[in-house]
Design a protein around this ligand. Structure first.
Ligand code: NCD
Ligand code: ZN
Length: 353
């Protein structure tokens, strides 16, 4: 018997929807599969004010409604990018009004559109103190950027030098270590009470040999970089554990194919269309489908102060006799730009409605 289960409608607690025609092309994929989504602010220029966040949210809702053709309510949660220009008053007012849910810290130079980021989190202590006081979560891209550091050691290094001091000095601040990629990240989340971690489908399903061993796979290149098998297994153990501090954030990050198949490849994996199929397959392989709902639909909502959805989705693993679905491998925007989708194999194995 193949698994056939119903779970609460999931949320995506970390997604890049971009803007303009890329937003129009990708928004429906997130809106179709998720009730809420935490919308990353790394546009160029970044979202740093509540007014910008409100405008961006309206564009996201328009694009989602136009594309999804679905009456399911979609609730984008907006995030401000932490820069020296961020106004504490604006942030607090926006948070109280429900316009902004959280603040994101990017180390400058760590990833796509991170040029406006910081060089030290604790240098933002006055903002962080205000956030702790008002219950505003800090979302962290945890990657050290020093050129001397090996690329596979950068998350662990950042946790030690940047994250631990913040967790210790500001124990009241709610921190999410985004897109955990290492066993060290899992351990840090477990060791501070007010800390949680989001985990992506690709960090759960792949390791660095998938990225590098059988030909170099540019479509598996993201930040933080997919790490060792040991790290992948620590992430899987955390995800299936039911521990409420771990939840899904897809980090779906579309890039035009031409920038992924190039001399220098941009970081980011577009997984929104098949993210749930990939995670379902991981939980199936781990014999843990009973814990899937907690990871994709419950833990994150509770963490950010929301009721899990009252809607359900159905996930069914297809039998081998069923005809392959051959789901599309690329998305094409209105301007003809192609974007490679992650998870086609898993999309052939699962049907979700
Ligand atoms: C993201 C992007 O493309 O915006 N890229 C990525 O590799 N994950 C940025 C980010 O979250 O690091
Ligand atoms: Zn991201």
């Amino acid at each position: 018997m193949q698994p056939d289960l119903r779970i609460t409608l999931p949320d995506d607690w970390h997604v890049h929807l971009r803007d303009d025609e890329m937003l129009e092309a990708v928004a429906g994929h997130t809106a179709r599969r998720f009730g809420r989504a935490m919308i990353m602010p790394n546009l160029d220029p970044p979202i740093t004010t509540v007014a910008q966040a409100n405008d961006y949210r309206a564009r996201v809702l328009d694009a989602a409604a136009a594309a999804s053709g679905d009456t399911r309510p979609f609730d984008p949660k907006m995030v401000l990018y932490l820069t020296a220009d961020l106004s504490i008053d604006d942030l607090i007012r926006g948070h109280q009004a429900g316009s902004v849910l959280a603040v994101k810290y990017y180390p400058a130079g760590a990833t796509t559109n991170s040029a406006s980021g910081g060089t030290s989190i604790i240098s933002f202590k006055p903002v962080l103190e205000a956030m702790a006081e008002h219950g505003i979560p800090l979302l962290v891209h945890a990657e050290a950027t020093s050129a001397e550091l090996d690329i596979f050691d950068r998350e662990a290094a950042f946790l030690e030098t940047e994250m631990q001091p913040v967790c210790e000095e500001l124990p009241e601040l709610s921190v999410t270590v985004e897109h955990l990629s290492t066993a060290a990240g899992v351990a840090l989340v477990r060791s501070y009470a007010n800390t949680s971690g989001s985990i992506t489908p690709h960090h759960l399903s792949c390791d660095r040999s998938d990225l590098l061993a059988n030909g170099m796979r540019p479509h598996l290149y993201c930040k933080p970089v997919i790490n060792s098998r040991t790290d992948r297994d620590a992430l899987r153990a955390a995800a299936v554990s039911g521990d409420k501090r771990f939840f899904l954030g897809t980090d779906s990050a579309p890039h035009p194919l031409a920038t992924k198949e190039a001399e220098v490849v941009r970081a980011g994996i577009f997984n929104a269309p098949y993210a749930l199929e990939v995670v379902a397959e991981v939980f199936y392989q781990e014999g843990a489908l009973g814990d899937l709902e907690r990871f994709v639909s419950i833990n994150g909502a509770v963490r950010y102060g929301f009721e899990p959805s009252d809607k359900l989705i159905r996930l069914r693993r297809r039998s081998e006799e069923e005809v392959a679905k051959d789901p599309p491998a690329d998305l094409v925007t209105s301007e003809g730009v192609r974007v490679r989708m992650f998870g086609v194999a898993e999309a052939n194995l699962w049907t979700i409605a």
